[in-house]
Design a protein around this ligand. Structure first.
Ligand code: AMP
Ligand code: ZN
Length: 110
């Protein structure tokens, strides 16, 4: 999708620190980390949010990518977050899974 920053990252049109990539997904470090480890996993195909995700191959690929990334980074304890919609905190409208690790995380989230 034109003018989507995460589509541009997936196509490597803008720089990011990509740490994992497969046929369906890319993972890179969050620009504004909220924990010592803060990684974003995105589908290569554009979906605005989880509400939009209708492709089962991508659904399973995203979970596989999270597992592959955490394995690669040697992270056993972490939180995954998907913000859906503005009131839930979504600011980039290309579906992404946050992986947060490296510090104790409180519950409930703010
Ligand atoms: P959300 O608020 O759930 O939509 O998360 C969007 C995340 O994308 C935020 O944590 C931002 O820090 C992160 N972000 C925005 N632009 C970039 C970028 N160019 N590279 C890496 N992370 C980004
Ligand atoms: Zn996009």
């Amino acid at each position: 999708m034109e003018d989507c920053i995460f589509c541009k990252i997936a196509k490597k049109e803008i720089p990011s620190s990509i740490i994992y990539e497969d046929e369906y997904a890319v993972a890179f470090n969050d620009l504004n980390p909220q924990a010592p480890t803060h990684i974003l996993v995105i589908p290569k195909k554009h979906f605005t949010s989880l509400n939009d995700l209708d492709d089962e191959k991508t659904m399973s690929a995203l979970f596989k990518a999270v597992k592959n990334v955490t394995k690669k980074m040697n992270i056993n304890e972490y939180r995954t977050v998907i913000n859906t919609g503005e009131t839930a905190g979504q600011t980039v409208f290309h579906l992404h899974i946050h992986i947060l690790a490296g510090r104790p995380l409180k519950w409930p989230p703010g």
